[in-house]
Ligand binder design. Structure first.
Ligand code: CAA
Length: 295
């Protein structure tokens, strides 16, 4: 299998920009693809800021920041990514959208190109089946914030070849990450455990077990988790969590994956968490305060 030199990242939001940043930092020529030039530029700016923060903190020499940025090219046209040795999609959790992109790239890219998805809950086989290269399709599931979190779940479908899997695993290591191998079932390892935990915290709140702050405090001080469940929900995104829960419930039909009513109400109201400055907490003031959710 060809050596990976060029990476294409589809989508330059929170996850896509983090993935592109670490790929460029690791020395790969990196394409960033967004649907408009404005979004591509916005993504590149957030990568620039993140690299600047790393320089300010003394974690990255200034010349490496410049070198990493020099390796990043932006595009809106999918055909421009035809020289990629690996494509990593990090767009919204919409299977049709992902498959449409993979179908186009399947025609444009050479045979050796590996297609990877950063999906957190969809199954990789449903994407592999849309291509003519199911043996070269894997999951590469990164965690937020990508530059900090060490884990990557490398997911093989029933059709992924051993060679593709080994290549993807080695690629994750080359980014300075610690990969684990996971089967292609919705949520893989981490979200299979983490999502029911977050949903259960919401059910605890709905049932009046304790306040938002006290449930968070309980888990931080009682288990040394870096964030309590509601801080984490806001960090992941309430809309994203709902989408993940819906997909996982659809896969397993188990009550623990069912989205609690409060989660749906919050999404309906646009309380998406940190990105909208309001979720379980309000981020608009000097200090972060819990939102009154009428419980
Ligand atoms: N980019 C780069 N570096 C970042 C960063 C970012 N976005 N956010 C934080 N950091 C760095 C900081 O620079 C800091 O580095 P130093 O220690 O070298 O100075 C370090 O991370 C710690 O950051 P802070 O001191 O600002 O804050 P903190 O100690 O509260 O840590 C955190 C922040 C790393 C996010 C920590 O709270 C944490 O680990 N939280 C849990 C995150 C988590 O669970 N992520 C998984 C979400 S689920 C997911 O992603 C899967 C899915 O599919 C939904």
């Amino acid at each position: 299998m060809a050596e990976i030199k060029t990476v294409a990242v589809l989508g330059c939001g929170l996850m896509g920009s983090g993935i592109a940043e670490i790929c460029a930092k690791a020395g790969y020529q990196t394409w960033v693809r967004e649907i408009t030039d404005e979004l591509a530029q916005k993504g590149k700016t957030s990568i620039e800021k993140s690299l600047s923060r790393a320089v300010e903190k003394g974690k990255l020499p200034a010349e490496e920041r410049a070198a990493a940025l020099g390796r990043i090219r932006t595009a809106t046209d999918l055909e421009a990514l035809r020289d990629a040795d690996i494509v990593i999609e990090a767009v919204t959790e919409d299977l049709d959208l992902k498959n449409e992109m993979f179908r186009t790239l399947d025609r444009a890219c050479p045979e050796h190109t590996i297609f990877a998805s950063n999906t957190s809950s969809l199954t990789i086989a449903d994407m592999a089946a849309a291509t003519k290269r199911p043996d070269r399709v894997v999951g590469l599931h990164f965690f937020n914030p990508v530059p900090v979190m060490k884990l990557v779940e490398v997911v093989r479908t029933i059709a992924t070849s051993d060679e593709t899997f080994r290549h993807a695993f080695a690629f994750a290591r080359s980014l300075g990450k610690e990969p684990i191998s996971a089967k292609d079932t919705s949520g893989f390892v981490v979200n299979r455990l983490l999502v029911p935990y977050m949903l259960d915290a919401i059910r605890c709140l709905e049932q009046g077990l304790a306040s938002t702050e006290d449930i968070d405090k309980g888990m931080v001080l009682g288990t040394n988790y870096p964030m309590g469940p509601f801080t984490l929900c806001d960090f992941v995104g309430i809309d994203t969590l709902l989408r993940i829960a819906e997909i996982m419930f659809d896969e397993y039909r188990e009550a623990r994956f069912a989205p609690p009513p409060l989660l749906r109400r919050m999404v309906a109201m646009g309380y998406y968490g940190r990105k909208t400055k309001k979720g379980f907490y309000d981020y608009t003031g000097e200090s972060v305060t819990p939102v009154n959710l009428g419980i």
